[in-house]
Design a protein around this ligand. Structure first.
Ligand SMILES: Cc1cc2nc3c(=O)[nH]c(=O)nc-3n(C[C@H](O)[C@H](O)[C@H](O)COP(=O)(O)OP(=O)(O)OC[C@H]3O[C@@H](n4cnc5c(N)ncnc54)[C@H](O)[C@@H]3O)c2cc1C
Length: 466
């Protein structure tokens, strides 16, 4: 491996400080964070002194997708990062999967481990594997928080941080900024019930009685009865978190995600907590409040009922209790592109094209290009690619033809199926269903396969499906 001038400079800073130790690996989360902070400061120093020739490639986002890409690209690649939300998820002790070994090994990353077969992987071991992967990649890491991308003056990209510091990137930008923000109940409710839902939502927020599913696992509400709008994997994580904090009943509104019943983690949860869960089948369509005796004690009414009958077999004899705390776990916003794509567009139209692996037809990235008003492509910008969770939805405003849309959906299904196959936990099934499209395994697959594809200079031609 060639050592870049920047790596030599980092080494020089380390030698001068005589305190860097082994900067190519780490054994604890804090140890890795310390090494990355040192690397980021050395990169800052080098950037300030550099004479100005732009870097030829950058990754925005230091989650598993970005790390997997960096691991499979030369260490000269710039990685822009922000602190991961995963470090804040205090009430989520374990992730959804019972193994991610296949995915992480395939991506060239250290394997997050749990030697006990069938148990969920501790959150901290996934965080550690990601941080170790980033350290080992040797990438030119900068920790500058949320950066934005805009078209540069000379056919390049400009990356700017919140303090206004910027850098030019001559070549492609890989965007791996993760999932978008959670959807709110107001966004789900249709007219004429929207306004009532919005004012109920605001009142609950003011009273400290409403939070998102992300916040539920960051700091789970302490309450007797918790209501959760949504019945996917994130709602399941929230169920475990609130029961651990003492909830006696969790009322869940939603349709259980069709893949969840195939997951060991889901089955464990249902077996363990079924009598505390009150499932109301079907989506939440309305939200309103009935005034209470004093401020902040209003009764929460979903779909017109304050105490509906539970529908899951273990609780069918019960009615839902009065909900003290409500959680929105309704999925992610898919109407808008990641913020860096919006700023890079600079008001031009955004075109999405799926990048499929030629031999498997699996989706490994989405190519983003920009269009003039007459729909011809703008030639003044280097390529931009989305990977990981950022590449799993097509925003409403994106231009994409019907064939590409089909190749995108089919390709994402293939990637997800392949990831589930390489992480087999159930030898009888020969496949596991623990990995969703917006998950660690798929992000690792896209990042590493796209980077290898790119490094091998393979044509980015679309996969020709039979
Ligand atoms: C509460 C919660 C629980 C989850 N549980 C699971 C689970 O159990 N199993 C599973 O497989 N998946 C789970 N997921 C999904 C999983 O976290 C993502 O699918 C996965 O992390 C995607 O990887 P990524 O690299 O695409 O994005 P991320 O891991 O989200 O990484 C994106 C990184 O980019 C940084 N970033 C974002 N914007 C910018 C910017 N403008 N500039 C610089 N940096 C930026 C972020 O801070 C972050 O560090 C969960 C998600 C949430 C929210």
């Amino acid at each position: 491996m060639n050592t870049s001038p920047i790596q030599w400079l980092s080494l020089g800073v380390c030698l001068a400080l005589a305190a860097c130790g082994d900067s190519s690996d780490c054994k604890s989360i804090s140890g890795c964070q310390e090494l990355l902070a040192k690397r980021a400061s050395a990169e800052e120093a080098a950037l300030t002194r550099a004479s100005g020739s732009p870097r030829d490639m950058a990754i925005i986002g230091d989650g598993v997708g970005g790390i997997a890409a960096a691991t499979n690209l030369p260490p000269t690649v710039r990685v822009y990062g922000d602190t991961s939300f995963w470090l804040r998820l205090n009430d989520l002790p374990a992730v959804w999967q019972t193994t991610l070994s296949g995915s992480y090994a395939d991506a060239g990353l250290p394997v997050p481990g749990n030697p006990v077969v069938g148990q969920r992987i501790p959150r901290d071991s996934v965080i550690l594997a990601n941080l170790r992967g980033l350290v080992r990649s040797g990438a030119a890491y900068l920790a500058r928080g949320r950066v934005i991308v805009t078209p540069g003056a000379s056919g390049d990209w400009t990356i700017t941080d919140t303090k206004g510091r910027s850098e030019s990137i001559a070549g492609p930008i890989i965007v791996s900024t993760g999932v978008s923000r959670p959807v709110t109940i107001t966004e789900m409710v249709k007219k004429p019930f929207k306004q009532a839902a919005d004012s109920a939502r605001l009142e609950l927020l003011k009273a400290g009685r409403l939070r998102t599913g992300d916040l539920c696992v960051e700091n789970a509400p302490v309450a007797n009865i918790v209501g959760i709008l949504g019945a996917g994997g994130s709602a399941a994580d929230c169920v475990v978190a609130v029961i651990a904090k003492g909830a006696t009943q969790v009322v869940v509104w939603g349709n259980v995600d069709a893949n969840l019943p195939y997951s060991d983690a889901f089955n464990d949860l249902v077996t363990k907590y079924s009598t505390k869960i009150c499932l109301i089948n079907g989506l939440a369509n309305t939200l309103s409040l009935q005034p209470g005796a004093n401020q902040g004690s209003a009764t929460i009414v979903v779909n017109g009922f304050a105490s509906p009958q539970c529908e899951n077999p273990a609780s069918r004899h019960l009615a839902a209790g009065k909900v003290d705390q409500l959680v929105e776990s309704l999925g992610r916003l898919v109407s808008e592109p990641p913020l860096v794509v919006t700023t890079a567009a600079a008001k031009s139209r955004i075109k999405y094209t799926p990048v499929l692996e030629p031999n498997t037809c699996a989706l490994i990235a989405v190519s983003v290009t920009f269009l003039k008003p007459d729909s011809t492509p703008l030639e003044d910008r280097p390529p931009m690619y989305l990977i990981g969770a950022a590449a799993t939805w097509i925003p409403d405003s994106a231009v994409i033809g019907p064939v590409d849309r089909m190749l995108f959906s089919g390709g994402l299904n293939i990637t997800t199926a392949m990831v589930n196959r390489i992480n087999v936990t159930n030898s009888k099934l020969g496949q596991t269903f623990e990995n969703p499209p917006q998950g660690f395994g798929v992000a690792a697959y896209m990042g590493s396969h796209f980077a290898r594809h790119w490094s091998a200079k393979m044509p980015m031609a679309k996969c020709q499906q039979p």
